[in-house]
Design a protein around this ligand. Sequence first.
Ligand SMILES: CC(C)(COP(=O)(O)OP(=O)(O)OC[C@H]1O[C@@H](n2cnc3c(N)ncnc32)[C@H](O)[C@@H]1OP(=O)(O)O)[C@@H](O)C(=O)NCCC(=O)NCCS
Length: 207
Amino acid sequence: MGRAKVPEIARRGHVVSATLEMIDLHTLRLSLREFRESDASLTHRYERDPHVVRYQSHEPQSFAQSLARVKSAIAASQETPRTVFDLAIVRTQDEQLIGRCGFKITNPEQHEAMLWYVSDPTVWGQGYVTEAAQALLTFAFEQLSLHRIFVDIDPRNTASLRVAEKLGMRREAHFIENAWLKGEWTDAIIMARLAREHQATRPAEHR
Ligand SMILES: CC(C)(COP(=O)(O)OP(=O)(O)OC[C@H]1O[C@@H](n2cnc3c(N)ncnc32)[C@H](O)[C@@H]1OP(=O)(O)O)[C@@H](O)C(=O)NCCC(=O)NCCS
């Protein structure tokens, strides 16, 4: 059986062929915008929290590390072609930065990206990250023509698994003790969503 033809844009190895304008996405309650250096004080507020980084690969961050992460997101936003889309989640009501959500195009040839998300514990459980990530998936599938987006989750991270489920991601794999993290062998669950699955759930007027 023949494989579907890979689009021209992918064979050239460029998913993003032109420089994108500054990204500014809007949802009912949020905006997702490019980072500014001044955001570091708010990202550091949760990045220094051991509970927040418990299931992430890094340790609680110093202010210098949080600032470096923000600077890295800004630098990545200026690359052409752009492969990292790491955005600040801002609550519209009070213009407060409450987290970050992003993806990295890990395989341009295959139009594939890895998603991540994190938010300040003071706003957990209010649906903000799901709302932000949903907008980002729509952007990735519809504006960048990505084919597959996946997230790598520690099975103990039930809140993150729930977010991925709410995003309509399928459970594709459960790797057993495939990573040495924070002094122990750790499992990973891979959740993923395809462009055609996204398309099938969009209202008819958007198809
Ligand atoms: C994962 C995380 C981003 C979720 O943020 P959030 O803003 O609370 O997400 P949402 O409110 O959109 O959805 C969270 C869902 O998880 C559920 N949940 C939260 N804690 C849970 C727990 N301990 N057990 C089971 N479900 C849980 C919530 O009830 C909600 O589901 P519901 O809408 O069906 O009730 C947040 O917990 C976080 O920043 N964690 C630390 C960073 C992290 O682990 N990121 C993911 C790396 S893969």
